[in-house]
Design a protein around this ligand. Structure first.
Ligand code: ADP
Ligand code: MG
Length: 250
């Protein structure tokens, strides 16, 4: 480690430059017009925006699940356009964890086995150390009794907590979460969000979470809004006023 590392600020784990995305279907749909964002190590960033504004499109591109029409994505300092298919698969497996609105756990596997899949995909079999690491995390999020249950025997909130620990199993630097609470009632949604926030703080993993819920967005370190294909940083104090006034309306 050189002298530069001592004085340097937190590293940037996700950066985009001039990111554009147009879908070319029967009609041409321009979605992202030129997105420049930076996310620092250990940050929790919320992405908000109207339905259809391009939130999932952006998240999928950040996770190398889709390619931009133009522009650059740097993940952990690497321009992902330079990676081979194997390199991309490795990045998705080791550097990034994913959580979606639906948990996508495999019903044939127990909660613990599901959580271990990123490890077994990467290395064939999980070591005893890795097994105890994820078992401790499952315990930590209140799933100690559930580890041998299968997804269809667990509640929506339990499945989503299991999916979060699966996203963390390989100790990624970044978790991308696309409306992770969107399919849950508000109580389980809050629990799931709190777990993500705690894991973010404890493990120093950066989270980028798309949400419709302004109250949850308010709990993030920063809020980015996608509007008309562009991203704007939202002033959290102004956003707080909006949340408070919507609470007093209801
Ligand atoms: P959000 O997640 O903010 O609701 P999306 O990123 O899913 O928005 O979609 C943004 C826009 O792109 C929408 O108009 C949607 O219809 C369109 N879109 C998304 N995926 C595709 C696709 N695979 N092909 C064509 N259009 C798409
Ligand atoms: Mg979406």
């Amino acid at each position: 480690m050189g002298a530069a590392a001592i004085a340097s600020p937190k590293p940037i784990v996700v950066a985009t430059r001039g990111l554009k995305k147009t879908y070319f279907g029967k009609v041409e749909t321009p979605v992202l017009h030129g997105i420049d964002i930076e996310v620092y190590a250990g940050e929790f960033v919320a992405i908000i925006g109207q339905s259809g504004s391009g939130k999932s499109t952006l998240l999928n591109i950040l996770g190398a699940l889709d390619v931009p029409t133009e522009g650059t994505v740097l993940i952990d300092g690497v321009d992902i356009a330079t990676l081979s298919e194997d390199g991309l698969a490795d990045l998705r497996n080791r550097v990034i964890g994913f959580v979606f609105q639906f948990h996508y756990l495999l019903n044939e596997l127990s909660c613990l086995e599901n959580v271990l899949t990123p490890i077994t995909i990467a290395r064939g079999e999980a070591s005893e150390e890795e097994k105890s690491y994820v078992a401790a995390l499952l315990d930590r999020v209140g799933l100690a009794e559930q580890i041998h249950k299968h997804p269809d025997a667990m509640s929506g909130g339990q499945n989503q907590r299991c999916a979060i620990i699966r996203a963390l199993a390989n100790q990624p630097k970044i978790v991308l979460a696309d409306e992770p609470t969107g399919n849950l009632d508000s109580r389980s949604g809050n629990e799931v969000f709190n777990i993500m926030r705690e894991m973010n703080r404890e493990k120093g993993v950066a989270f980028i979470m798309v949400t419709h819920d302004d109250r949850l967005a308010q709990e993030a370190d920063r809020i980015l809004a996608i509007e008309d294909g562009w991203v704007n940083e939202v002033d959290k104090r102004a956003h707080r006023m909006k949340v408070l006034s919507s609470l007093s309306d209801s």
